[in-house]
Design a protein around this ligand. Structure first.
Ligand SMILES: Cc1cc2nc3c(=O)[nH]c(=O)nc-3n(C[C@H](O)[C@H](O)[C@H](O)COP(=O)(O)O)c2cc1C
Length: 266
């Protein structure tokens, strides 16, 4: 993927990005939950203000109460303040956030009572990913409702799925568990957290049968991604970042096959 934009095109794309501001229809304008969901942004810069225990526990509770397939609750939440994160990983919580939760897909726990559960690693893994991700999103929205910002991480600071093997070793996790993401939490510093480009509704909804998205739509999305990345990461480039990400994905693929399809089964 080589895509170079002229300065004029880059500015046009930046303007598009900055103008995008989703809002509910007027008839639903005072719906608080919709406002929270529409305004949510991944935040990567936090103040030093600590999150009180009752606030953090309320966020965790929102995860515990999430829906799950057959109510299996196939998740585990590893919880950290900065001290514990430092002790475990020998550096600060990414982005100097105040608290962190590593969301783990867990299809190990229910086997202690459901011994005859079918041995279907791909399906069990996928179900665990679905359920744990729903719990993650519940915690993310609960945090927003409490004025706490967050970002989910899969690789920054060796924090999620792309470093699942490393995290499993560091936390002594058994077979049947896969760390999926870390959510780091804190109070946002500054107010400028622009929305990255979201695809138009007509391109992500289909009338029953699959409809290919026009390449021009995808190119416009990519151009806005590049423009946004390049202004917020001076000294790096979207292209460079993409290459790093792709090599991490390649390595994760090998690790995940080993973790998901482990041999030690009856
Ligand atoms: C599962 C998951 C993993 C993510 N991993 C990372 C990450 O490793 N580093 C990062 O900076 N952002 C990460 N993000 C945040 C995305 O970049 C962000 O959600 C996306 O750009 C859309 O922005 P928004 O959340 O503000 O809508 C992740 C998000 C999700 C859902």
């Amino acid at each position: 993927m080589k895509r170079k934009l002229s300065p004029t095109k880059s500015i046009e794309n930046l303007v598009k990005l900055l103008r995008a501001k989703p809002s509910p229809p007027a008839s639903l304008a005072d719906n608080e939950l919709l406002r929270i969901i529409y305004d949510r942004r991944s935040v990567r810069s936090f103040t030093r203000q600590p999150i009180a225990d009752d606030v953090f526990n309320a966020i965790l509770e929102a995860g515990r109460l999430a829906p799950s397939t057959v109510n299996l609750q196939s998740w585990t939440f590893a919880i950290f303040d900065d001290n514990l994160w430092q002790q475990t990983f020998e550096h600060s919580i990414p982005f100097h956030a105040n608290r962190a939760i590593i969301v783990i897909g867990d299809y190990h726990r229910y086997r202690t009572v459901l011994e005859d559960f079918p041995d279907c690693p791909l399906t069990e893994y996928t179900i665990a990913v679905i359920n744990a991700s729903l719990a993650a999103m519940n915690m993310n929205i609960a945090a927003e409702a409490l004025g706490v910002s967050s970002v989910m991480l899969s690789e920054t600071g060796r924090s999620g799925l792309l470093d699942a093997k490393y995290l499993r070793e560091k936390m002594a996790l058994p077979d049947g568990t896969v760390p999926l993401m870390t959510i780091v939490f804190g109070y946002a510093s500054g107010h400028f957290h622009p929305m990255p480009p979201k695809l138009p509704m007509e391109n992500i909804t289909i009338p029953g049968q699959y409809q290919p998205t026009e390449t021009t739509v995808m190119k416009s999305w990519l151009d806005q991604m590049i423009a946004g990345y390049n202004v917020s990461h001076l000294g790096s480039s979207f292209q460079k970042q993409l290459e790093i990400y792709q090599s991490k994905i390649n390595r994760a693929e090998t690790d995940l096959r080993e973790l998901v399809f482990y041999k030690e089964r009856p």
